[in-house]
Each structure stands twice: as C-alpha cells, then as structure tokens.
Design a protein around this ligand. Structure first.
Ligand code: HPA
Length: 285
C-alpha cells in the first residue's frame, strides 16, 4: 500500500474517531465564500491542524477547517480554506483533502474559486460555470505510485464536469435570476499573477478564466469516481485584458462583494443534489 494511502487512512481514522457523519456533497470554498458557514446547519467543525498529516494552508484569508452539516437537507462537508500548490506542498498533498472527502462518503464535489477573466465578453463580478479545464501547466496530482484503492492508473477525463450537475446549476441560476457565464478554467502554479503575454497565450489555447487552484482537485476527484461541478467568480480581468495591476487584496475584495449571490447560487444548487429531491437524483448515493 502506498505512503499516500497510509496518510489518507490516518486522516480518515481521525475523522471517524470524531463522528459517524457521512456527507454526500463536498464543497470547496474559494475566495469570497469565506463566510459560507452561515448557509449551513453546521454540526461539527474540524480544524485542519488537528488532523494528523493533513496539509495546513498558510495563505491569509484561507483559514482552514472542515465544516460538517447540512446544506438544505443535504448532508455536506465544506472546506473553509484550501491548500494551494504554490505553498510548496506536493500535488499529492494538495489533493489529499479531496481524497479524504471521498473517504468521508461524498459522491459529488462542488468546486468554487475566484479567477481572472480572459474571455473579453466577461466582466468583473460575473460567475462562470466551469465546463472544462486546462491543467497542462501544473503537474498532475496522479503522478507517482497509483492509489488503486481510489482509482485506476489512467483515468478518462472526457467529461470532468458532470453534465447533469451543470444542467442543474444552469437551471438553478435561471430560477434565481443570477446571470451565469460558462467557460474553460486554466490552472497555473501561481503565486505570481500572469504576464500579459502569458494571458494572450492562454486565450489562444481556449481558456476563459485563469486561477491557481481547482483543476488538480477536479482530476483527483474524477480519479476517485466523484462527480464534479464548479463555479468561478471573475474577481478581476486577467493581466493585460485590463490595464489595471493585480493585487491579492483587490481580488479578495471583488470576490467578497459578490459573496451574497455566490452563496445563494451554491446553496440552492446543492439543495437539489439530495437523493430523490426535485431535479436531480444521484443514482450512486
Ligand atoms: N490570475 C490567477 N489567479 C487568479 C486571478 C488571476 O488573474 N484572479 C484570481 N485568481
């Protein structure tokens, strides 16, 4: 058995020593969704630092803990704060939280983030449902010994973002009167923002938005057979698309300004992901 799997099992054993709770949906909260807890009926909080072997985020504004409870009537686990590759962790640690949520029981992963808009039709504050991704500029989280307990060596990535979940999110956005863009998310390593020349390259390659997370988590989730969906808040136009220089604080502030609507879209969507509920029945749960 691989070292990574041992570490995962150690984290999972700690989780099970605390609770028998089995979440169905996992939610990774990006910039702007730091205050999401108020939308959940939280039953238990687990700080990352208490979990043996768990990578602990160092980014300001990314305080780390799992929130376990209910979103609507759906049992869920939310991650307040995620681990980023640019912090220096190996990719397999960056995706350990995703794998741990799989062990907790999730069948669906809802990814959120803030990103830079590349598509010139986008505006700051738009929401973009992620329909596909480009992860070629970061190492695959699956490099190294394969964890066969989680998934196969060469997993298919034709439909990373689940078509039924995308339809559910689109329908929810319409019902809620929230405009929703769609597009391809490209992950960079960060932590520096991109140069205008890099953004022009990414535009040519078909990317609509750029950020420093998410795609690797989506790959690890698909490897483990989890259904994936994601929404990005366009917190700024990417370098060179707008003449403005970029700062982490401005990105955070722009995402925070859209928090209310973002929370509503996420909450209403997840509320429909429960078994037997209107609009979506997850056959695997
Ligand atoms: N580039 C990379 N990551 C980001 C950006 C950006 O412009 N905005 C928010 N996250």
């Amino acid at each position: 058995m691989s070292r990574q799997y041992d570490k995962l099992e150690q984290c999972y054993a700690y989780y099970r020593s605390l609770t028998g709770f089995t979440p169905k949906v996992g939610l990774i909260l990006g910039s702007g969704l730091g205050g999401y807890a108020k939308n959940m009926e939280v039953e238990l909080e687990i700080p990352y630092r208490d979990i043996p072997g768990f990578p602990v985020s160092t980014v300001q504004g990314h305080e780390g803990k799992f929130l376990l409870g209910y979103i609507g009537s759906v049992p869920a686990v939310a991650m307040k704060g995620r681990v980023h590759y640019y912090e220096g962790y190996p990719m397999e640690d960056v995706v350990l939280p995703t794998r741990l949520m799989k062990r907790m029981g999730i069948g669906i992963l809802f990814l959120t983030n803030a990103s830079g808009g590349i598509n010139r039709k986008f505006s700051v504050g738009d929401f973009m449902m992620i329909t596909d991704q480009i992860s070629s500029f970061v190492p695959s989280p699956l490099i190294g010994e394969n964890v066969f307990e989680l998934g196969e060596r060469f997993p298919d990535m034709t439909h990373i973002y689940d078509r039924e979940l995308m339809a559910l999110i689109e329908r929810t956005a319409q019902e809620e009167g929230i405009p929703l863009q769609k597009g391809v998310y490209l992950q960079t390593t960060g932590p520096n923002f991109e140069s205008p020349a890099e953004i022009r390259m990414y535009e040519t390659l078909g990317a609509d938005a750029v950020g420093m997370s998410t795609a690797c988590e989506a790959i690890a989730a698909r490897h483990a057979g989890i259904r994936v969906c994601g929404i990005s808040c366009i917190s700024n136009m990417a370098s060179g698309i707008s003449e403005e220089e970029l700062s982490h604080l401005d990105v955070q502030a722009a995402a925070d300004r859209r928090a209310g609507e973002f929370e509503r879209l996420v909450t209403k969507s997840i509320g429909k992901m429960g078994k037997g509920r209107d609009g979506y029945e997850d056959k695997d749960l």
